[in-house]
Design a protein around this ligand. Structure first.
Ligand code: HEM
Length: 536
């Protein structure tokens, strides 16, 4: 008994001294100065850098910060910490090499929670549901699948666009969105209209307008507790709007899925992403008895994500093509060379197709330059840090929103000489130059799964338009020499009034597009009204 007691007291005293030692060691360790936060503009008490955020042309301010503070800049607003990355090397290091730490997305209360868009691929956190989406998207959007399954659809839509320009040349911006919207709708859900006549493309445009408004930045994003205010409460219009806008998306999603199911039941309509995946799953279920419910949900959600959430797919591809059209009107020499290359393959009634794609280096260079000249998602889709992290001796706390300023890469003179000039030759003269697809489609595990599709679709539109038309800038239009006169850099035009912050805290999934510009389309010998390219 005595022995036991003395043993216990020794144990207790040594445990106690051990704990005390540990306490002091920890104290010493934790009082060791933590590396500093990255440099950045000095903020104000309470509101941090809110006033440093520009109201428009965000990337240009981000670029200035890059020049002043180096590759990474730290900024804060209430409740949010941002790391703006202004160097390709740092983007690769953080988002690619340490991709598992930067796999999440920031969650906007208004768009994600109140509008209930957290099912879309782009907004999901990097967890099981998101992995399930990517599992279906990967094979469906691979280059091989795109070439085999979607080439005819792309050709038909490009041809339809030429006819639209012939008939209503002034409407070319609108008909471009229409052609791309139809392409995506047919590709994902096999139709552009519901059985009851509802036009999916028009509905998606409406839905997109709602998302854009919601993404403008609401007070509830600064003070998330506001989301618990009942929607009937005075001043809670944001809740009623979110409900209405979210419901519009939910109804549309339901309608589009029902449309696919009806067509599958009657063997009508063209095969599409959703029907192909559902057929595979149904086969799996009947062969193995596997529970496919979560997979079916992932197909429904990822199919709709082509539009919702990532509805910018349409905008991004449209922007790339608008970049191209603007460039053709500003750089006639480039256009003349492109016409020459096309004439080697597609003349005398032979309309464009993909058969000579590999033999047309100048067209490839034009497509790449259209992506680089004005990266459509000018400062990327943000990622967030899952854990504390260090870079170049700076501390990046858990939860930081990381913004990769793609515009900076596109204008880095160390990478691209004379970067504001549209110069496809840079890709021909220097085959080792950075391929813009290595940054305009994002980074790491969240990298855009649609990059091959986007490239192929852009390519056939570019060739078809050049085959059919000569593009001119109308006489008397100003020459647009500066980037700031050409591109809006993520400016969202929204006339509605906002609380304190109008646009300063806009959701950061904005994208840059050319300001509206006029073009004259002169039909070439190849094309006449009613003469659609023969291959479609
Ligand atoms: C020129 C056209 C396009 C550009 C510039 C573009 C760019 C991007 C970028 C920058 C991201 C975010 C990547 C990141 O988080 O680092 C993204 C995400 C995404 N893109 Fe694209 N994209 C384009 C077209 C498309 C197309 C045609 C599709 C589908 C057919 C598509 C599907 C997606 C999806 C589903 C995501 C979300 C990925 C995720 O969060 O896991 N994109 N895109």
């Amino acid at each position: 008994m005595q022995d036991t007691f003395s043993f216990s007291s020794t144990t207790i005293s040594s445990t106690a001294s051990g704990l005390i030692l540990l306490y002091f060691l920890r104290k010493c360790w934790s009082s060791k100065p933590r590396p500093p936060l990255p440099p950045g503009p000095k903020g104000l008490p309470f509101i941090g850098n809110l006033l440093d955020f520009p109201r428009k042309q965000f990337v240009l301010t981000f670029l200035q910060w890059g020049e002043q503070y180096g590759p990474i800049t730290w900024v804060m607003v209430p409740g949010r910490k941002f790391l703006i990355v202004n160097s390709y090397e740092a983007m690769r290091e953080l988002l690619d090499k340490r991709g598992s730490n930067y796999i999440n997305r920031p969650q906007s209360v208004m768009v994600t929670k109140l509008m209930k868009t957290d099912f879309t691929t782009v907004r999901l956190q990097g967890e099981a549901r998101w992995r399930r989406h990517r599992k279906f998207l990967r094979p469906a959007l691979s280059l091989n699948t795109v070439k085999q399954n979607y080439s005819d659809l792309f050709l038909a839509k490009a041809s339809g666009y030429l006819q639209a320009i012939l008939h209503k040349p002034d409407n070319f911006h609108h008909s471009l969105r229409r052609a791309l919207g139809e392409t995506i709708s047919e590709l994902t859900h096999g139709a552009i209209k519901h059985q009851d006549g509802t036009d999916y493309v028009t509905e998606h445009e409406e839905n997109f307008a709602y998302s854009k408004r919601a993404a403008m930045g609401y007070l509830v994003d600064l003070f998330p507790l506001l989301r618990f205010i009942p929607s009937w409460f005075p001043g809670a219009k944001f809740r009623r709007d979110a409900q209405k806008w979210g419901q519009h998306g939910a109804n549309l999603r339901k309608m589009m899925i029902e449309g696919v199911e009806q067509r599958m039941a009657t063997n009508e309509g063209r095969p599409c992403y959703v029907s192909n995946m559902l057929e595979d799953l149904q086969k799996l279920e009947s062969d193995t008895g596997e529970d496919i419910r979560e997979d079916v949900q992932a197909v429904h959600d990822s199919g709709f994500s082509f539009y919702q959430g990532t509805s910018k797919i349409l905008d991004q591809t449209a922007t790339t093509l608008k970049n191209f059209l603007l460039a053709m009107s500003l750089y006639p020499d480039v256009q003349a060379r492109a016409h020459k290359e096309i004439e080697q393959f597609f003349v005398e009634g032979r309309s464009p197709d993909f058969s000579s794609q590999d033999q047309m280096p100048y067209i490839r260079a034009i497509v790449l330059e259209s992506l680089r000249w004005n990266p459509p998602v000018s400062f990327g889709v943000p990622h967030t840090a899952r854990e504390d992290n260090f870079y170049n001796g700076y501390f990046i706390p858990k939860g930081t929103t990381v913004i990769a300023n793609q515009w900076q890469v596109s204008r880095d003179p160390m990478i691209y000489d004379d970067p504001s000039t549209f110069n496809p030759d840079r890709f021909i003269d220097n085959p080792d130059i950075l391929d813009p697809r290595d940054f305009v489609f994002g980074f790491g595990r969240r990298i855009c799964p649609g990059n091959s599709l986007a490239y192929q679709l852009t390519w056939i539109f570019v060739v078809s338009i050049l085959w059919g038309f000569e593009i001119q800038r109308p006489e008397g239009c100003p020459p647009l020499e500066r980037d700031a006169d050409r591109f809006d850099f993520g400016l969202i035009r929204y006339a509605g009034s906002h609380f304190l912050i109008r646009g300063r805290l806009a959701d950061y999934e904005t994208f840059s597009t050319p300001y509206p510009f006029p073009c004259t389309f002169i039909p070439r010998a190849n094309i006449t009204k009613g003469n659609a390219p023969s291959s479609v």
